[in-house]
Design a protein around this ligand. Structure first.
Ligand code: WTA
Length: 707
C-alpha cells in the first residue's frame, strides 16, 4: 500500500520561499481510526472516562497528585507545584522519598518471588537469567554498600555509567538511587571519548563499566573505551580515580584491555566484601536530582538534562500505569536501550515502580534472524511490547511474515522516537500485533521525562501516523514563527509547545541553567521577568500539525538535531568532529531520508588549500566521527566539495545541501555569494541527469532555514 504523501498545493508551492516555513500548509491524506480491542478495554488500568476529568485544566497542578500518590512517600508533600521562579519549577514540595525503595523494597511484601528483570542474552543458546524482586533487593543493596564504602560515593555525587544492556546496569542505577548518588548513564554504543566528555561535564570521579558484550553476533571489547574515557576526562580537567568493571561472565574477564592498578577494580571481586550487606535507602527531597541524561542540542556540546526525584518518578509511574497499561501480572518488554531516556523511564523506573516483570535484551532485534523478537515473546509470553519505528521497519524488511510463525499474543504495543509511516504502522498492527493489540504512538523527549502525546489506550481510537491527543495534564499549543497560534484544522504546520509545567520535565541543564532558559523557554516567552507560569511555555523544537480531531501529528525536529534510527544526533557535534582533522577546512552535516533509519547524516567537507580530494581523507572523516561520537553517527556519504554554498556574510547554507542530498528543490539561491557552486555540488552528488525532484518531508524542508 502506498504511503500517503504530504502534498503542497500549487499556489503554495510557488510561494514556498516567500512564506515562513512554519506556515507552510501540510496536506496529507487523513487516516481512518482503529478502535481499541474489547478484550484490552476489559482489563485496562485507564478505562474509566471520569478519571480523565481529574486532569482537566482547572485541576492543574493538583491533578498530578494522582500520579504522586502511586508512590510511597517518607514524608508527604506540602504543595504540588511551586512555580514562583519560572522556569525552575519545584514539584511535590516538602515531600521525601527514595526511588530505589519505590522500585524494589516496597514490592517485596507481595512480589518477592516474582521476576523483576528477565535478561535475554544475544547468543540464543545462552540461558536467560531471571532476577526476582528478592534477588534484586539483595544485589542492589550489596552494590549500594560497595559504592558508598569502597568508591566513597555520597548523596549528591555524580557517577558515570557506560554499560551495555546487561542486568548489572539497572542494578547499578538502582544502587545509586538508593544512596541519592546522581547517575549519568552513557549509551553503550557511544565512544570512550564521548563518555569521557560527559564524565567531565558531570564531574564524575567514578566510572562504571562492563568488560564487554555481544552485539550482532560479535563480541565488543568495551573496557578498552574506559581508558580513553579516563584520558578524555583528564584533558577536560576531571580526574577519574576509580573505574569499576563488571564482568559480562562473572569470574571470567573477557577484555584485552589491561586493568590499571589502583584505578580499575573488578566489581565481582570487590563485592565479596559486601555480601549480605544492606543499606538504608536515603530519604531524598522530592527536588533532589536523580540522574543526568546527556542529549544533543543546537550547539556542539551535549547537554546534561537533570531529572528530579519525586516529580520524575511520579510522572513515569503514572504514565507507565495508564498509557503502557502495566499490571504486575504483565510481562513487559521494551526493546530500547537503557542508555536512552526511553530505557530509564520505561524499562527501569516506571515498570519497576509498578512491580512489573521487565525484559532486558542484550542484542540487536534481527540477530540471528528477524524471528528473534517473536521467539523471545513466545518463550516469555510477553504481552506488552515497546519499540521504535526503525526497529519495526527493519524487522518488516528482514522478515515480513516472521511474526505469523510464532505463538505469542500482545495486548499492547508502543511505538516511540520517530514519526511512523501509516503503512509501517499497519504492518505493526496487522502482523506483529495480529490485530489483537492496541497501539500507542508516544511522542516525548529526553527533556520531558515521560510521554507528552499518546492515545489513552482503552479510551481513544488510534490513528496511524499520529501520536494523538496530549496525555493527561499536558496542554500543548502550536505557534508559528511570529507567535500566532496555528489553529486545529488549519492544515498548517508550526512549532509545538507545552503551555504548562508538568512533573516529568527536567529541572535544568546540569551546570548551565542559563542555557536551560534560552533553549526551551525563551522563544515564546514575552516577559522574562514574569513570575506567572502561563508566560513560560516549553518549546520542544519539533514541528507538528493539528487536524480538527485534536490528534497531533509530529513532523520532526526543527533545529540542528537529526533523528537517526530514533536517536538524537546533533549535526553540530558531527561537524565539530570533522573539523578536528587538519585536512578539513569546513564541514556541514545534513539529514538524508533513509527507508529504514528514518534519517541518516550526510557529511559535506571542503579541504584546506593544498590538500587534494582523496579516499583516504573520506575514510579519516568516518573514523574520526566514530572515535569522537560513536558508530551511531557514521555518515551515509561524505562529499568532498570545492566550496560550500554560502550567504554573503559567509554562513554555510545547509538547507541547500540538505535539498541536494534529498533530490529536493534547492529553492532560491540567487542571494548566495557563490550561486554557481550549487550546480557543481549537485552534479557531484546526483550525477549529470536531473531526475524528478522530490517533495521531501517537513523536517528536511525546514532544516537549516534562516529565520
Ligand atoms: C522525536 C525519545 C514522532 C521528536 C523519547 C523528539 C517522535 C525526539 C516521537 C526526541 C513520536 C519522539 N513521533 N517523533 N512518537 N517520539 N520523537 O530525546 O523529534 O531521544 O523531539 O527522546 O524524537 O528524542 P529523544
Amino acid at each position: 500500500m502506498a504511503t500517503p504523501r504530504q502534498k503542497l498545493n500549487t499556489k503554495e508551492h510557488k510561494n514556498k520561499h516567500k512564506v515562513s516555513e512554519a506556515q507552510i500548509a501540510v496536506h496529507w491524506k487523513e487516516e481512518g481510526y482503529y478502535r481499541p480491542p474489547k478484550k484490552f478495554i476489559a482489563q485496562a488500568n485507564l478505562a474509566d472516562p471520569t478519571f480523565v476529568k481529574k486532569f482537566s485544566e482547572k485541576r492543574f497542578p493538583e491533578c498530578f497528585d494522582n500520579y504522586a500518590s502511586l508512590l510511597d512517600w517518607d514524608k508527604p508533600w506540602r504543595k504540588t507545584l511551586d512555580a514562583s521562579n519560572p522556569p525552575f519549577w519545584k514539584w511535590f514540595v516538602g515531600g521525601k522519598l527514595n526511588v530505589c525503595y519505590n522500585c524494589v523494597d516496597r514490592n517485596l511484601a507481595k512480589y518477592k518471588n516474582k521476576a523483576a528483570l528477565i535478561f535475554v542474552p544475544e547468543p540464543e543458546g545462552e540461558a536467560m537469567t531471571v532476577i526476582t524482586y528478592q534477588e534484586l533487593y539483595k544485589r542492589v543493596n550489596e552494590v549500594a554498600a560497595m559504592l558508598r564504602d569502597f568508591a566513597a560515593l555520597k548523596t549528591g555525587d555524580r557517577v558515570t555509567i557506560h554499560m551495555p544492556m546487561i542486568p548489572e546496569l539497572p542494578i547499578t542505577m538502582l544502587a545509586c538511587a538508593r544512596l541519592g548518588v546522581v547517575h549519568s548513564v552513557v549509551f553503550g554504543g557511544f565512544s570512550g571519548e564521548a563518555c569521557g566528555l560527559r564524565a567531565a561535564d558531570s564531574g564524575s570521579r567514578v566510572l562504571i563499566y562492563a568488560d564487554g558484550y555481544h552485539r550482532n553476533g560479535k563480541w565488543v571489547d568495551h573496557k578498552a573505551s574506559a581508558d580513553i574515557a579516563v584520558q578524555t576526562a583528564k584533558k577536560e580537567g576531571q580526574e577519574v580515580d576509580r573505574v569499576l568493571v563488571w564482568k559480562r561472565y562473572p569470574g571470567k574477564y573477557t577484555s584485552e584491555s589491561p586493568m590499571i592498578m589502583g584505578r580499575d577494580y573488578f566489581v565481582d571481586d570487590v563485592l565479596k566484601d559486601y555480601r549480605g550487606q544492606t543499606v538504608q535507602p536515603v530519604s531524598q527531597d522530592a527536588e533532589a536530582p536523580l540522574f543526568l541524561m546527556y542529549t544533543s542540542g543546537t550547539t556542539g556540546k551535549p547537554k546534561g538534562c537533570q531529572h528530579r526525584t519525586g516529580g520524575y518518578l511520579a510522572y513515569v509511574t503514572g504514565t507507565a500505569k495508564y498509557y503502557q497499561d502495566i499490571h504486575p501480572e504483565d510481562v513487559y518488554w521494551c526493546m530500547a536501550d537503557i542508555g536512552w531516556i526511553t530505557g530509564h523511564s520505561y524499562i527501569v523506573y516506571g515498570p519497576l515502580a509498578l512491580a512489573a516483570t521487565s525484559v532486558l535484551y542484550e542484542g540487536v532485534p534481527q540477530f540471528p534472524d528477524a524471528g528473534r523478537p517473536w521467539r523471545i515473546a513466545e518463550r516469555l509470553d510477553v504481552n506488552i511490547f515497546h519499540t521504535s519505528p526503525t526497529a519495526i521497519r527493519m524487522l518488516r524488511k528482514a522478515g515480513a511474515d516472521e511474526p505469523k510463525k510464532y505463538n505469542y499474543h500482545f495486548k499492547h504495543m508502543t511505538t516511540v522516537g520517530e514519526p511512523i509511516e501509516p503503512d509501517v504502522w499497519r504492518w505493526y498492527y496487522d502482523v506483529v500485533g495480529k490485530r489483537e493489540a492496541v497501539i500507542v504512538d508516544t511522542w516525548w523527549q529526553t527533556e520531558t521525562g515521560g510521554f507528552l502525546c499518546s492515545t489513552k489506550p482503552a479510551l481513544d481510537p488510534m490513528k496511524p501516523g499520529s501520536a494523538g491527543p496530549p496525555v493527561l495534564g499536558i496542554y500543548p499549543v502550536i505557534w508559528d514563527e511570529n507567535g500566532e497560534e496555528v489553529p486545529a484544522g488549519s492544515n498548517k504546520a508550526g512549532n509545538i509547545c507545552i503551555r504548562n509545567p508538568w512533573p516529568g520535565i527536567m529541572q535544568t541543564i546540569w551546570g548551565d541553567p542559563q542555557r536551560f532558559v534560552t533553549q526551551y523557554y525563551k522563544k515564546y516567552n514575552k516577559n522574562p521577568r514574569s513570575k506567572d507560569w502561563r508566560d513560560w511555555p516549553y518549546y520542544a523544537a519539533d514541528g507538528a500539525v493539528l487536524p480538527a480531531d485534536g490528534y497531533y501529528r509530529i513532523l520532526g525536529r526543527v533545529d540542528d538535531v537529526i533523528n537517526v534510527a530514533g536517536h538524537r544526533l546533533g549535526t553540530k557535534e558531527v561537524e565539530s568532529a570533522c573539523l578536528t582533522l587538519p585536512e578539513v577546512a569546513e564541514a556541514a552535516v545534513v539529514p538524508a531520508v533513509d527507508e529504514v533509519k528514518g534519517r541518516v547524516p550526510v557529511v559535506y567537507i571542503s579541504l584546506k588549500p593544498g590538500v587534494l580530494p582523496n579516499k583516504a581523507v573520506q575514510d579519516k572523516v568516518t573514523v574520526t566521527i566514530e572515535t569522537i561520537i560513536g558508530k551511531i553517527a557514521r555518515p551515509k556519504n561524505i562529499h568532498v566539495v570545492p566550496d560550500m554554498p554560502k550567504t554573503r556574510s559567509g554562513k554555510i547554507m545547509r538547507r541547500v545541501l540538505a535539498a541536494i542530498s534529498n533530490r529536493m528543490d534547492t529553492g532560491d539561491i540567487t542571494t548566495l555569494a557563490n550561486p554557481d557552486i550549487v550546480e557543481q555540488i549537485r552534479v557531484l552528488v546526483q550525477g549529470r541527469d536531473i531526475g524528478p525532484l522530490q517533495e521531501g518531508p517537513e523536517d528536511i524542508k525546514r532544516f537549516g532555514q534562516e529565520p
